[in-house]
Ligand binder design. Structure first.
Ligand SMILES: [Fe+2]
Length: 415
């Protein structure tokens, strides 16, 4: 542990309840005494699912928009998997797609409940996989803390119960799973995902072209890795979502900021055991300050809870850190990356927010959500080693911009 969790004072101005303040230190203490803190390592993989016909297009999109590159693909019993990597020390990315559009499991069942998720029933961020040393002991310990795990025969997708993996059931508060694995994600054949499938020549050519765009335009070397993953939850479940996550992994509650104008707060949790967040990205939870029906008194914009009501509790964005630096002509690297992507036809919400002059600060922007993954990609440049995750002005602007794009309009759901 790089510092003492018990004496750490969380940052920010978002007030937590007595309930939260009582249980947070108890959870930290139990993590240590029960061995969870020692048994769970950094994040090793990020898992998401897309529609059967979107898997390859998702890979191309990831090539253009992120540092991830294809390592290998596998054909399993019910799903096809593609494994991607960026940097050897950063989490792998596993993108899976069911072989049939009529595949039924938790994902289409939950997606059908929400108006803007219904048309892409197989598309959902799944969760993260963390390194673990002893899966049986870990599972037993966490089950003693009322965390539920999937067992063979419980899930329609056998991925969640493969040898060397354990996955929790989806959280009631976030719909994300937490996975654990003893396997080496750089050795993709060892993961047991199925039979190796080779890309066709045409597919390999498209990926090569997407990679060449990144290197020829010089944006690829500026995209470093995933900085944070942000999940949107309901107002009343914010503290539960954080405390549940902190029960399962050795992260700490770094702090929370109130974004009053958007009736929202941003709550950041980080892994204290890594020297670089990209080795085990921060987990951010955003939630309304008051639930939507109470917000109707104040009538503030509330894009966070609107998102949850439209898409369900789920991951909202992945943030890619951009190498800090000047690109020339008054442009920071993040401006250059975003302008290059815009020229390529990648749509963004509004413009880059934040000032990067002589003081530590952040520049950030949201892409529009991908039609393949439903995820927004955030680009974030930490100027002069800024170690925060947002500035209030930036978050208010980003949240407002995303809200414009996530409106539910009657009559537009079934077309
Ligand atoms: Fe973010």
């Amino acid at each position: 542990m790089s510092f003492d969790l018990m004496s750490y004072e969380p940052r920010g101005d978002k007030k937590n309840s007595d309930f939260f303040n009582e249980y947070l230190p108890m959870i930290y203490e139990r993590r240590s005494s029960s061995g969870i803190a020692d048994q769970v390592g950094p994040m090793r993989a990020i898992v998401l699912q897309v529609e059967p016909d979107a898997l390859f297009d998702t890979l191309v999109e990831l090539y253009v928009m992120t540092p991830y590159r294809h390592t290998a693909s596998y054909l399993g019993r019910t799903h096809k998997f593609s494994v991607l990597h960026s940097h050897a020390d950063y989490p792998a990315l596993i993108v899976m797609a069911p072989l049939s559009p009529t595949f039924e499991d938790f994902i289409p069942r939950i997606n059908r409940m929400y108006p803007l998720a219904r048309n892409t029933p197989q598309t959902r961020y799944v969760g993260e996989v963390f390194a673990a040393s002893d899966l049986n002991t870990l599972t037993k310990t966490l089950e003693g803390q009322n965390i539920r795990f999937e067992y063979s025969g419980d899930t329609e997708n056998p991925f969640y119960t493969l040898d060397g993996f354990r996955f929790t059931t989806p959280s009631d508060f976030t719909c994300n799973r937490v996975g654990y694995s003893t396997l080496d994600f750089s050795d993709t054949d060892s993961l047991g995902l199925g039979d190796r499938v080779l890309l066709s020549d045409a597919e390999q050519t498209r990926l090569n072209q997407a990679a060449a765009f990144g290197s020829d335009s010089k944006i690829a070397p500026l995209m470093l890795g995933i900085d944070h993953l942000a999940t949107r939850v309901l107002a009343g479940e914010r503290e539960d979502a954080i405390l549940e996550f902190l029960t399962m992994v050795p992260y700490y509650f770094w702090g929370a900021y109130n974004i009053f104008d958007m009736n929202s707060s941003t709550n950041v949790n980080r892994n204290p055991n890594v020297d670089d967040d990209k080795k085990s990205p921060a987990k951010v939870f955003t939630a309304n300050n008051t639930p939507s029906f109470v917000n109707s008194f104040a009538k503030l914009p509330m894009p966070t809870e609107d998102f949850v009501r439209n898409f369900g509790r789920r991951l909202h964005h992945m943030a890619v850190e951009i190498q800090d630096g000047d690109h020339g002509a008054g442009e920071k690297n993040v401006d250059f990356v975003v302008n290059t992507l815009k020229d390529k036809g990648v749509p963004f919400l509004a413009h880059v927010v934040g000032e990067c002059k002589d003081d530590p600060n952040l520049k950030q922007i949201f892409s529009k959500h991908s039609k393949h993954t439903l995820l927004i990609t955030e680009y974030i440049e930490r100027c002069h080693h800024y170690d925060g995750f947002f500035t209030k002005d930036n978050v208010a602007a980003l949240t407002a911009a995303a809200g414009q794009d996530e409106q539910y309009q009657h009559g537009h759901v079934f077309d």
